[in-house]
Design a binder for this molecule. Structure first.
Ligand code: UDP
Length: 481
């Protein structure tokens, strides 16, 4: 490389095409750019359209950040044309094809990296591209993994892999203690991924690539889960940088409103005006992330519970989820607001009227709730969400569990109504109905919100970790600051 012309650190970002990965990685890319790093984000055309306005604004403000496009191999992977994001998946077989498609980026990415006029000094790629580690080695640049979850869940995963404490259990519902963690965490086998599925094989490849990568970036902050950040770094022995909550990078209205999707902004103002009319901490926000689709009977159970609970609510439903009981919206007019498809989640959680969040415990949602000081009702469905639930309810004690016991998949293929209406009502009452424990959860959540904000301010733990990482990279490629 011509060291005179390429003096600026160039970080190359390659996010997994799923909102839960794309959204925080765009925030991280923007954070790097705001620290004087040249940033290129590589993604497919329809994914780029979800955040290109934001990146254009950053570039106009003088940041050295741009997007490069690469086609998504939908048809080659057996997916319909235009299916470029995990949120477009509607069946389990499509899920497998989606993950196969991610492997097909290997050759095009190699070619593209080799042809960069301004070569990349490092690549930060999503966890579901395990092969990027070998590619980076071949190109002689460090590979970082963005893993998109908590230290806590990575520690649980590691312990379960190492000790297999659940293998000898007779029944899926028998509890076991996760060995050698800082807290006594109990799970059942039905909350742990199947060991023989294609997804489990992928997770194993991810784990191995993590071991061999230059390090892992975490959207978390030290003060949130110190024992687990230490366990991950010192006991498991991986190099990691906790640089979150990265959602706090979005400070003004436009940034928060456009996060994750540029196209729904029109309705956002209506939603915020609606919240303005509600009492402080009175509204329950109900949203299950970007990929979950419930069965008809589960939707009915949620609707009935919200209706009887008496608390105002905002409920985000996907366009495929049509089975909301007839007349529900009319009967609950004024008390409940249904948002179809995409809600401005960070704006909603930050609103003082919101007092609780029913969440599937996707890590971004969990951390956004923490950053806003909002306690949660936890309703995990798949992936590492059952582990995040334990962090929220048992370690941080800022949430109550709705009592979901087993994986139900994310495209509505699971149990008809895995969680009963009465259980939803009970959890809502516990969180929103006042009482000492609800108040304690709320004040713990407020304390964490303050800690989160301090972590990303200049001198805070996450701020400093990012400074150190960038410095280390500059030293690694012998660049000046
Ligand atoms: N999100 C949003 N509006 C929605 C649904 C989701 O802004 O209507 C955002 C949410 O704020 C979070 C991400 O999408 O940043 C979802 O990530 P998470 O890890 O919580 O769940 P996943 O979608 O990966 O299951």
């Amino acid at each position: 490389m011509d060291s005179e012309t390429h003096k600026k650190l160039h970080a190359f970002f390659f996010p997994v095409m799923a909102q839960g990965h794309l959204i925080p990685m765009i925030d991280i890319a923007r954070l790097f750019a705001s620290r004087g790093v040249k940033v290129t984000i590589l993604t497919t055309p329809s994914n780029a359209s979800l955040f290109s306005n934001t990146i254009d604004c950053d570039a106009q403000l003088g940041l050295d950040i741009s997007v490069q496009l690469i086609p998504f191999p939908s048809v080659e992977a057996g997916l319909p044309e235009g299916c470029e994001n995990l949120s477009s998946i509607t069946s389990p077989s499509m899920t497998n094809n989606f993950f196969k498609a991610l492997d097909l980026f290997q050759l095009p990415l190699e070619k593209l990296l080799q042809e960069q006029q301004y070569p990349a000094h490092c690549i930060i790629a999503g966890m579901f591209f395990p092969w990027v580690t070998d590619l980076a080695t071949k190109l002689g640049i460090p590979r970082f993994i963005f893993c998109g979850t908590s230290f806590f869940s990575r520690c649980v995963t590691d312990s379960i892999k190492r000790y297999a404490p659940h293998q000898s259990l007779k029944s899926n519902s028998d509890p076991f203690i996760v060995p050698s963690l800082p807290d006594q965490i109990e799970l059942t086998r039905s909350q742990v991924p199947e060991t023989k599925s294609e997804f489990a094989e992928l997770l194993e490849r991810v784990r191995k690539s993590e071991e061999r990568s230059h390090g892992v970036l975490f959207n978390s902050f030290y003060e949130l889960e110190p024992a687990y950040a230490d366990h991950y770094k010192k006991v498991i022995g991986r190099k990691a940088w906790d640089i979150g909550p990265v959602s706090l990078r979005n400070r003004d209205f436009a940034d928060k409103a456009q996060r994750g999707n540029n196209t729904y902004i029109d309705g956002h103002e209506y939603c915020l005006n609606w919240l303005d009319k509600k009492k402080s901490n009175s509204v329950l926000y109900v949203c299950f992330g970007s990929v979950t689709r419930f069965t008809a009977s589960q939707l009915v159970a949620i609707a009935m519970a919200l209706e009887t609970s008496g608390h105002p609510f905002i409920w985000v439903v996907r366009s495929e989820e049509r089975e909301i009981p007839e007349g529900f919206e009319e009967r609950n007019e004024g008390k409940g607001l249904i948002i179809r498809d995409w809600a401005p989640q960070v704006l909603i959680l930050d609103h003082p009227a919101v007092g609780g969040f029913v969440t599937h415990c996707g890590w971004n949602s969990t951390l956004e709730s923490v950053s806003a000081g909002v306690p949660m009702i936890t309703w995990p469905l798949f992936a590492e969400q059952f582990y995040n639930e334990k962090l929220v309810t048992q370690v941080l004690r800022i949430g109550v569990s709705v009592g979901a016991h087993e994986w139900s998949g994310f495209v509505g293929e699971g149990n008809a109504a895995a969680v009963k209406r009465e259980d939803i009502e009970k959890a809502v009452e516990q969180l929103m109905g006042g009482g000492e424990e609800a108040e304690r959860m709320s004040s713990r959540a407020t304390e964490l919100k303050e800690k989160a904000r301090r972590a990303v301010e200049e001198g805070g733990s996450s701020y400093t970790n990012l400074t150190n990482l960038i410095e280390e990279l500059r030293l690694h490629v012998r660049l000046e600051a």
